[in-house]
Design a protein. Structure first.
Length: 263
């Protein structure tokens, strides 16, 4: 039980402590994802949904691995019940993707297989220059089952995604930047602070507007322009009913930083 309780750590960081810093804490197993760790991630995001003051979330890990993917010992022990692991990972990653506030993956070390799929479920990905990526499932006789075949093509394009999945090759942070898998590459020393800096920038903006922008991007992605417009209109209707928009406009005229309340 003690091990299960320590697999995922959570702290509040930032000037107003409105950023949730999740630290994966299974370094001896390269942060590979087993049943306990997936359960802990799910519980963490369920808890965060009830904390209305959280403006952004960071998923981070110390050591040489962000996440090396599914724990193969656990997966092998399931035998024909492997679908339990597949469905569990899909459920947890969908909860992360649907979390209302932006989720930032701060990747240091390995993000392989299910670890890359975890990163793909996040909104923003940044990496240290020592990070190593790979969608490695076909090398062990499987295919990506935690959203890799769906999210990777949408992120890097169809041809590159097929290359990565079919060959299982590992690639560097610089290549990940070139293919738009990550938005920034920094030194390992700077990674945590850079992630917090991005989250701080998010937290300074109107939380309802950020939430609705995230929803509109998700709804409109790879759909018709008309449906994209509809998603924007729905979000704007919610924004114009808030006191935040009045505060934002007032702050512009008063030449000061706005103080958004999320109302």
């Amino acid at each position: 039980m003690a091990e299960e309780e320590s697999l995922v750590l959570i702290d509040k960081v930032g000037k107003k402590e409105n950023i949730a810093l999740i630290t994966l804490n299974r370094q001896k197993a390269l942060n590979s994802l087993n049943e306990s760790m997936l359960n802990q991630l799910e519980k963490t995001f369920k808890t965060l949904r009830n904390e209305k003051t959280v403006r952004a979330v960071i998923i981070y890990a110390e050591g040489k691995s962000w996440s090396a993917g599914v724990d193969l010992k656990w997966a092998a022990s399931l035998g024909w019940r492997i679908m339990k692991a597949i469905k569990m990972g899909q459920k947890v990653f969908s909860k992360i993707e649907k979390y209302p506030a932006p989720v930032i993956a701060a990747i240091n070390g390995y993000a392989i297989g299910g670890g890359l799929e975890l990163a793909l479920s996040c909104d923003i990905r940044i990496a240290s220059d020592s990070a190593i990526f790979g969608q490695s499932e076909t090398a062990v006789g499987l295919l990506p089952g935690w959203g890799g075949t769906y999210r990777l093509p949408k992120t890097v394009g169809l041809s590159i995604a097929k290359d990565l999945i079919f060959t299982s090759r590992k690639f560097s942070a610089e290549e990940a930047l070139e293919m738009d898998l990550v938005s920034r590459v920094v030194s390992p020393i700077e990674l945590r602070n850079q992630a917090i800096e991005i989250a701080e920038s998010v937290s300074e903006n109107a939380p309802i507007a950020v939430r609705e922008a995230k929803r509109a991007i998700k709804k409109g992605l790879h759909r018709s322009l008309r449906k994209g417009y509809c998603a924007e209109i729905k979000g704007i209707r919610k924004c114009i009913r808030t006191s935040d928009i009045r505060e934002g406009i007032k702050a512009v005229f008063e030449k000061r930083k706005p103080e958004f309340k999320g109302k």
